[in-house]
Design a protein around this ligand. Structure first.
Ligand code: GAP
Length: 461
């Protein structure tokens, strides 16, 4: 039996496993670090988050279009983007037990900020000076190898028919590159004019040295990105508007504003003109990044123009003026937002004198919208009627039928997965045709609702 814990994140992780939200990747083989699978309720929540994002960023806007680009790309893409050379983390190994550590993160723990732009030599100097304060998490020794830059791109041999794997292609280190590659296609085939945006949800893979904190730092994850193409130097106002809109979207998920925070980057990468992160206050881990909003200037298109030889200038249809657009990016980790949503919704309270765990998820995010119960399992007339109601509701929304155990237990099961409503078919339903009881997840209050009014009532509250 698992030991009781007071750590909120541990409780959330345990609920994720116990109730089919998230499983460790390849668990029956012992599990693989940094890989997770989303279970039946998890995939519903994940899809609801992505649908809400897509609706907001594509369907609700006039000047944004969607895209779904192939994950594999010409390897030159990652040279143009700078990933083959510069996309690395500083790695060192414990000489005693070979455990790998990410040096910048270890230095951070003892209050030393290792700047992303530091050379290997500079980093080695700081690391050597401070090594005595850093202990291997596994064996406790503090004898480490010199720091080396470890590239995070994952390689594949797709389309490489050399035996030695001499012509590797890369899995995407970030999802957004597909948007830059299709910028010209979109302009040529869809009636968009600058300023316009392209939105995409895609997978990214990073060979993280030390994946950690459950879904927070993993090796395979999804990014939901928008790239907004603007005229050079017409970036400031649009950037501020994008920031406001992204903040508002998090509130629309039901996340409490006090758990969100802005952080501006102090050390910008050389091509960026501004960068802000939205941070969420994760239980146990504290405030950390869920999304980056970056002003990338004209760097990406300039690089791809140089490396592909294709003219990526935009021609203003009115004036004939040519220019390379600047790009304002929003890049959100879908798994991190999933964890933020769960963290914000996870509540322990008391209802009718009984303690319970409840996920107070926004209705539009809940994996199951409604559950239907016959009051008693051994009364065929109740079961039959409840099945009828269940069938009716299931056509319109995600719905579960449950006749197992007493009603209180059934409520608890639905509370734990965040189901906003439970419908009970009882004797009154049969005898008088007077409707069913509809129970609200958060208050536990029940009201009588006519069967024909149920769909409207659930969908509109
Ligand atoms: N195209 C820009 C880009 O990739 P990033 O800050 O490296 O920027 C964007 O990543 C978002 O992707 C982050 O804010 C974070 O939410 C998510 N992310 C990055 N690395 C991750 C990892 N190893 N595990 C889970 N999510 C990650």
């Amino acid at each position: 039996m698992q030991a009781e814990t007071n750590d909120k994140m541990e409780k959330i992780i345990s609920l994720c496993k116990r109730r089919g939200f998230v499983y460790q990747g390849s668990e029956i083989y012992g599990g693989v670090a940094g890989l997770y699978d989303f279970g039946p309720y998890g995939v519903e929540l994940l899809n609801n988050i992505k649908n809400s994002w897509w609706k907001e960023n594509v369907h609700a806007r006039d000047n944004y279009v969607g895209l779904d680009s192939a994950m594999f790309k010409d390897p030159r893409v990652w040279e143009a983007s700078g990933h083959t050379k510069g996309f690395s983390d500083p790695l060192s190994e414990c000489k005693k037990c070979n455990t790998r550590i990410r040096v910048d993160k270890e230095l951070e723990k003892i209050g030393i900020v290792a700047d992303e732009k530091m050379s290997e030599g500079e980093l080695n100097k700081i690391f050597t000076e401070n090594k005595s304060k850093i202990k291997c998490a596994k064996c406790g020794a503090n004898d480490f190898t010199p720091v080396r830059a470890f590239n995070l791109l994952a390689k594949s041999n797709l389309g490489d028919f050399t035996n030695a794997g001499d012509r590797p292609v890369y899995l995407p280190g970030e999802a957004c590159q597909g948007i830059y590659l299709n910028y010209k296609n979109i302009i040529d085939t869809v009636r968009v004019k600058i300023p316009f945006g392209v939105a995409q949800i895609g997978k990214a893979f990073r060979n993280e040295i030390s994946p950690r904190n459950f879904l927070f730092r993993v090796r395979e994850f999804e990014q939901a990105d928008t790239q907004f193409f603007v005229r050079p130097n017409e970036n400031k106002e649009a950037y501020e508007k994008i920031k406001r809109e992204r903040w508002a979207w998090y509130l629309s998920l039901g996340i409490r504003e006090q758990n969100l925070k802005w952080k501006q980057h102090e050390n910008l990468v050389f091509y960026a003109s501004d960068a802000w992160d939205i941070l969420y206050n994760f239980p146990t881990y504290g405030f950390d990044e869920v999304e980056g909003i970056h002003d990338r200037t004209n760097y990406d298109l300039t690089q791809h123009m140089k490396h592909s030889g294709v003219d990526l200038n935009y021609t203003d249809p009115q004036t004939g003026e040519k220019f390379i657009p600047w790009i304002l990016e929003t890049s959100m980790g879908v798994g991190r937002v999933f964890l933020a949503v769960l963290s914000d919704a996870y509540t322990e309270d008391e209802i009718g004198g009984e303690s319970r765990v409840v996920l107070k998820l926004a209705n539009h995010l809940a994996p199951v919208k409604v559950a239907v119960f016959p009051l008693l399992k051994n009364k065929p007339e109740l079961v039959e009627k409840a099945r009828e109601v269940y069938k009716m509701l299931k056509k319109e929304m995600t719905c579960e039928f449950d006749d197992n155990g007493n009603i209180g237990k059934r409520y608890r099961r639905q509370d734990e997965i965040g189901t906003p409503y439970c419908v009970t078919v009882d004797f009154e339903t049969i005898e008088e045709g007077s409707g069913v009881t509809l129970r609200d997840r958060d208050t536990g209050q029940q009201e009588r609702v006519k069967i024909e009014d149920l769909i409207h009532k659930i969908q509109n509250s």
